[in-house]
Design a protein around this ligand. Structure first.
Ligand SMILES: Nc1ncnc2c1ncn2[C@@H]1O[C@H](COP(=O)(O)OP(=O)(O)OP(=O)(O)O)[C@@H](O)[C@H]1O
Ligand SMILES: [Mg+2]
Length: 373
């Protein structure tokens, strides 16, 4: 579907099995991914929404009080009570990065001892729970697993609040480069870099360090790399699978942005990187758009009109408010025009700023309505 056509999310996602929402921090990736999943399931599909750190109230609205390793089916009743009839099925989960990575290690470890060794290793524990990138990695791993082992018609994937959204797109390639690259091999070979780096003088430093801090850095590090070498082949095979899944014709990326200048710049950058990486773009979503406050009239005219019902002082305040809104609306219109041109998208999907957080079923449905117009 050419992006120049005025179409809703339903048409843009037709035939797509995977939809990944990317964008700058805080623009509404989690909100729009949940709304896209809701819209698709209402239209009849069996959909999995994989969310990352949703706000507590949104998680509650989706029945996601706890992190889980797998999507759970949402009860359609609370939706039906609001007149939202789900013809398909909506499944949702909150991604748990550490648990997902542990599952991968569990599957790929050649034996139980290696598995336990890796999982218990302090370096691994640190890496899997805190290191930047572990969320990206686990999101992609979960996606791969759901796509290959479950029968969802569509999977909508939220992405983590990366400092740089491009990190997400490039994570598998970077990881693959690392796993297959010389650096790691050199490091893992007996007598290789590890031995040289951690040679006698260094090990003395580490030994003192260990005595002072109680952390056996050298022991942990070398044990970690030793046991990791057993899972590396499986890991690079998976990573290759993921890299091709991200380029599959049935996979598409939605770029989400707000009309603010910084996220908009990031959207342009992301679009370029997607194209360069040969990944498909399903569309541009501009969230939290302000529309006309004064409806094209002057503040004085609106104030005069309101004064009859509200009295002069309230009317003046309201008109002032609406004209502030007008300033934002003009800024947004300008950003939308520029983005449309830069990204070659004549009709991006626009979601108005709802004036309050989107954290219940009703608000989510309003967002979905704008996306699936
Ligand atoms: N259209 C909207 N109108 C009003 N509030 C909105 C709208 N869309 C999102 N929000 C609110 O903006 C905040 C950020 O949204 P969200 O969590 O979806 O962003 P995000 O891109 O996932 O952020 P992060 O990068 O931190 O993961 C939330 O409080 C959400 O309720
Ligand atoms: Mg988020």
């Amino acid at each position: 579907m050419p992006a120049s056509e005025r179409s809703g999310a339903g048409e843009r996602l037709r035939g797509k099995h995977v939809c990944i929402c990317v964008g700058a921090g805080g623009v509404g990736k989690t909100t729009t991914s949940a709304a896209l999943a809701l819209g698709l399931s209402m239209a009849g599909a069996k959909v999995a929404a994989v969310t990352i750190d949703p706000a507590a109230r949104l998680a509650e609205a989706l029945g996601l009080q706890e992190l889980s390793g797998d999507p759970r089916r949402l009860d359609p009743q609370p939706f039906a009570a609001r007149g939202l009839h789900m013809r398909g099925e909506l499944w949702a989960m909150m991604l748990d990065a550490k648990r997902t990575l542990d599952e991968i290690v569990t599957r790929l470890a050649p034996d139980g001892a290696t598995r336990e060794e890796i999982l218990a290793n302090p370096i691994y524990r640190q890496l899997s729970s805190t290191v930047a990138g572990s969320q990206e990695l686990s999101a992609i791993a979960k996606l791969y697993e759901l796509r290959n082992e479950r029968d969802f018609d569509a999977i909508v994937l939220d992405t983590p609040p990366s400092r740089n959204a491009v990190d997400f797109i490039e994570a598998p390639t970077r990881l693959l480069g690392f796993l297959e690259g010389r650096a790691l091999k050199v490091f893992l070979t007996p007598g290789g870099l590890a031995a040289r780096v951690f040679g006698r003088s260094t090990s003395l430093v580490f030994a003192i360090f260990a005595r002072v801090t109680g952390l056996d850095m050298l022991g942990d590090l070398s044990a970690f790399f030793r046991s990791l070498s057993g899972v590396l082949d499986g890991f690079s095979e998976r990573t290759r699978g993921v890299a091709s899944l991200l380029r599959d014709p049935a996979t598409t990326f939605m770029i989400v942005t707000s009309p603010e200048p910084e996220p908009a710049r990031e959207a342009v950058f992301l679009a370029d990187r997607l194209a360069a990486a040969g990944m498909s773009r399903g569309g541009l979503i501009i969230n939290r758009v302000h529309f006309d406050g004064l409806g094209g009239r002057s503040a004085a005219a609106v104030q005069a009109e309101l004064a009859a019902d509200l009295g002069p002082s309230l009317a003046a305040r309201l008109a002032a408010n609406l004209s502030d809104f007008d300033v934002l609306a003009r800024r947004d219109r300008h950003t939308i025009e520029r983005l449309s041109e830069q990204l070659g998208e004549a009709h991006p999907l626009l979601i108005p700023d709802l004036g309050e957080d989107v954290n219940d079923v009703a608000a989510l449905a309003r967002v979905a309505e704008h996306l699936f117009r």
